[in-house]
Design a protein around this ligand. Structure first.
Ligand SMILES: Cc1cc2nc3c(=O)[nH]c(=O)nc-3n(C[C@H](O)[C@H](O)[C@H](O)COP(=O)(O)OP(=O)(O)OC[C@H]3O[C@@H](n4cnc5c(N)ncnc54)[C@H](O)[C@@H]3O)c2cc1C
Length: 611
């Protein structure tokens, strides 16, 4: 078998697979190499203990990927051809408090506000107005998530030009606690909202993390929150099918030890077995900034030093997977069972919750636990044998324990403490209902994805403002390229837009298409009507994207000397001024051609056109 490919990818996490799938679809001969015996990295669904119980080993909820054109326009055919199917719970998020009272965030904004009003009428109305603003801002924000980002300084300059942009800048630099304190009065509502954004592995009072507060309501009430039917790993399966359908290969049990280079260019990889693979065009690497030097020679020392300084999240998580004889029952009632993200709060006092986050930062396992979880088989019966249930519990936990104890020695004991906490909310998480359990510590997470989930940071690096957009994970590496090593591209949670299931490998692919002289705009399937229609006003001259999103709104066209000046806004609110000179106009007319020109002249009078 030949070991020569156009593209070789190290790591079959969903991001590496996504990038590889776009290249394979464009006709490149692609090989993806995975060190584990199965693909997917943090996007895998497996039978961990008992046959028939399909656990999401890591990620479970797919939130941010829903705005990705990879799914919205089904660019790779994952939904239309390769079997990916999402279900949306009507209850994206719920928090149970110690007295078993519950706050719900529904996809439906009115229903959510009615629920919040049971705690505070004022907060419910604030949330309504805030969510509407958040949904509007989302239109500005989302398109940038799935493509190479601008340098952070350019983004700041661009945002600073409009009121909405300035608001985003303000939120980006503040901390979430400050923001919810300014907006809301009820501790319960503040806790409910803060717990949701802290899933990003941030303490609520860390400066430079406030964007979650601004955007989460918009995301939930626009897209909802989804899970693939059959489990998170179904995304991986669809990506692998897509790569294989386009002639690519995904090979497991193949650990890369070195990216090979020649004359400052990545030319292939070597495995631990010594086997080598040649990449004619490019190598994709799931390489965390902290280990860049370990995998590739030729990266300038200052670039490596800055990469080594990328900041990790202040804490990690511990996961408990339970196989159950019967489905989970909650003291709080049946409805919480359908919540995709369900928090089990040990307190309804905001100061106490913040103190628990501080304990985590100090490396302590606090007696009041920060836990979430649920029984996936309630919303998706295919996950367990008929009638049976399962439970996955997530506890925030420090990677390094302050008391010096070793996770391998204490994880079962700490798992028992979490179990005691879950039992305050779940009536049947009892010994006679539990068939098996598996506890996964922060150190196990790092072992599972050693070159992206460094020190248990499942999002690669922390979500701080200074390492966002084109500065994630550093300014040098923010465009997915590696200075000093041409044709090496990075894919991982440590890159823009951040950790989580984003399908961020699409942005890596766009950078590669650019460098390889390929046209990314040719990649998509014929766009279908988007599943979630975002309401946008249709008046005025508006250029729309394939998902009917507003790309550009033209407000004035006027002559300025020998040029035409087009003024308006782009992506919702960013002020835009475009100038057209004689040679560009000639090129434009050539592109249009006589037939399209005639069509353009008749367009305003055609059937279906807006009056
Ligand atoms: C417990 C847990 C729960 C989570 N829950 C959610 C959630 O609900 N929603 C959400 O959006 N996100 C969640 N996340 C985060 C999400 O899973 C990750 O951010 C995402 O999977 C990262 O994808 P990736 O492809 O960039 O990297 P990874 O998934 O880490 O993939 C990298 C791959 O590269 C392989 N690899 C590494 N080194 C080599 C080598 N030398 N040679 C060959 N292969 C190599 C690894 O084995 C791995 O398969 C969770 C993560 C964890 C751990």
């Amino acid at each position: 078998m030949s070991n020569n490919y156009d593209i070789v990818a190290m790591g079959a996490g969903h991001n590496g697979l996504t990038a590889a799938a776009y290249l394979a679809k464009a006709g490149k001969k692609v090989l993806v190499l995975e060190r584990k015996s199965y693909p997917g990295g943090g996007v895998s669904t497996r039978q961990l203990s008992t046959p028939g119980y399909w656990h999401d080993e890591h990620s479970s909820v797919h939130i941010m990927i829903q705005g990705n054109p990879m799914l919205r326009q089904d660019e790779l055919g994952l939904i239309g051809k390769f079997g990916l199917n999402y279900h949306y719970s009507p209850v994206p998020h719920a928090t149970i408090f110690p007295d078993q009272s519950v706050l719900f965030t529904y996809k439906d904004l009115d229903k959510t506000c009615a629920n919040f009003a049971t705690v505070s009428k004022k907060d419910a109305e604030t949330y309504r107005a805030f969510s509407k603003m958040s949904m509007k801002i989302l239109q500005l924000f989302m398109p940038g998530l799935y493509a190479p980002p601008p340098p952070l300084a350019d983004l700041v300059a661009m945002l600073d030009k409009s009121e909405e942009g300035q608001l985003m800048l303000d939120y980006m630099q503040r901390d979430c606690l400050d923001l919810v304190n300014q907006l809301y009065e009820s501790d319960k509502i503040k806790i409910h909202l803060l717990r949701l954004v802290s899933e990003n592995l941030q303490c609520p009072d860390e400066l430079g993390t406030g964007m979650g507060v601004l955007l989460m309501p918009g995301i939930i009430h626009t897209y909802g929150v989804s899970q693939p039917v059959g489990g998170s790993g179904k995304l991986t399966e669809a990506l692998v099918r897509c790569i294989e359908a386009h002639g690519g290969e995904v090979r497991c049990d193949a650990e890369v030890t070195q990216v090979l280079t020649s004359a400052g260019r990545a030319t292939g990889v070597r495995l631990t077995s010594g086997e080598e693979f040649t990449a004619r065009d490019a190598v994709i690497g799931a390489i965390h900034p902290h280990v860049l030097g370990k995998f590739v020679a030729g990266v300038p020392v200052p670039v490596r030093e800055r990469a080594a300084r990328a900041t990790l999240a202040p804490f990690s998580i511990m996961v408990s997977h339970y196989d159950l004889r019967e489905k989970v029952k909650y003291y709080a009632g049946e409805e919480v069972g359908y919540a995709t993200m369900l928090e089990f709060m040990a307190t309804d006092n905001l100061n106490e919750m913040i103190a628990d986050f501080h304990a985590l930062r100090r490396g302590e396992i606090s007696p009041r636990r920060l836990c979430a979880g649920g029984d996936e088989s309630i919303g998706d019966p295919s996950r367990s044998p008929p009638g049976c249930g399962m439970f996955h519990g997530i506890t925030f936990a420090p990677y390094k324990l302050a008391d010096g104890r070793n996770w391998d020695e204490v994880k079962e004991e700490i798992g028992d403490l979490s179990l005691a906490h879950y039992r305050r909310f779940v009536s049947n998480l009892t010994s006679d209902n539990i068939i098996a359990r598996k506890i996964v510590s922060p150190v196990d997470l790092e072992r599972s994805s050693p070159n992206s989930m460094m020190r248990g940071d499942l999002h690669g690096v922390a979500p701080y403002f200074y390492q966002s957009a084109g500065s994630r994970p550093t300014r040098d590496l923010g465009q997915f390229r590696v200075p000093g090593v041409e044709r090496l591209y990075l894919a991982g949670p440590f890159q823009h837009p951040g950790g989580g299931v984003y399908g961020a490998g699409r942005a890596t692919a766009i950078a590669m298409f650019d460098d390889l002289g390929m046209d990314f705009s040719q990649i998509g399937e014929k766009p279908e009507a988007p599943k979630t229609q975002v309401a946008v006003p249709r008046e005025g001259m508006v250029l729309r994207g394939p998902a009917d999103e507003e790309l550009m709104r033209v407000e004035a066209i006027r002559r300025d000397g020998e040029e035409l000046v087009i003024k308006g806004t782009s992506l919702g609110t960013l002020p835009m001024e475009a100038r057209l000179d004689g040679s560009s106009a000639r090129a434009g007319l050539k592109l249009l051609g006589a037939r399209n020109l005639a069509f353009l002249a008749s367009l305003p009078f055609r059937k279906g056109s807006q009056p």
